[in-house]
Design a binder for this molecule. Structure first.
Ligand SMILES: CC(C)(COP(=O)(O)OP(=O)(O)OC[C@H]1O[C@@H](n2cnc3c(N)ncnc32)[C@H](O)[C@@H]1OP(=O)(O)O)[C@@H](O)C(=O)NCCC(=O)NCCS
Length: 186
């Protein structure tokens, strides 16, 4: 186990356990992902996710097996309500960089759970000398996400104008955000 299990209280007073993900989470986690895909803030449709679902256990296994990869789960009374994942780039020249993905079940958004999970991830990364740069991508209309990431020390380092085209034909900017450890000599 890479991460100590913790418990937080969300803004509605619910107890939420935050812990490392495991293979047996696959079915529950898929339900959670399908819920937050409805927010249309991730460039993946529900039907595309369904096609990926048969490899979902292998997807989880990669985080368990990777020394510096991490899948964090938020759970309330046996129901998975969110995940944050960090995948380190496997290439030699990029292995000090990690890419973050996340989502909170649509019934649990705005309750501080994303912030709590992200703080736990950042603390873990800050104790890991192998990881120097974290980055992620967000839709420019993702107010909660952009706010959370800038609160956590991420800065906008790139913007692809109109990069995302929604099912209804709307173009949205893709915002690239990066957090670099202060110790890095750049
Ligand atoms: C984006 C997401 C991960 C944020 O997690 P969350 O648990 O909902 O966020 P939090 O409750 O921790 O709130 C984060 C910030 O957004 C603010 N916020 C909450 N609701 C908001 C709203 N409706 N509009 C704008 N900001 C809002 C919070 O106040 C907080 O900022 P603060 O700490 O400065 O007050 C989550 O909403 C989500 O899964 N969305 C759909 C999928 C997605 O966007 N994934 C990320 C792709 S990059």
């Amino acid at each position: 186990m890479k991460l100590k299990t913790r418990e937080i209280i969300d803004k509605r007073g619910n107890r939420v356990v935050i812990r490392e993900g495991k293979i047996s989470d696959s079915k529950e986690l898929q339900k959670c992902v399908k819920s937050y895909l409805k927010s249309k803030q991730i460039p993946l449709t529900e039907s595309e996710f369904d096609e990926l679902a048969e490899n979902h256990e292998e997807w989880i296994k990669k985080f368990i097996d990777g020394k510096n990869d991490l899948l964090i789960i938020a759970e309330h009374e046996g129901t998975i309500v969110g995940n944050v994942d960090l995948m380190i780039n496997g290439r030699q020249m990029l292995k000090h960089t990690g890419y973050i993905g996340m989502g909170i079940h649509e019934d649990w958004q705005g309750q501080g759970i994303g912030t709590a999970m992200f703080k736990i991830l950042i603390d873990w990364v800050d104790h890991n000398p192998d990881i120097e740069i974290l980055w992620l991508q967000a839709f420019s209309n993702n107010e909660k996400g952009l706010r959370l990431y800038s609160n956590m020390g991420f800065e906008e380092t790139g913007r692809q104008k109109g990069f995302i085209k929604t099912e209804s034909g709307e173009y949205i900017d893709n915002v690239i955000m990066t957090r670099t450890k202060l110790t890095t000599n750049r």
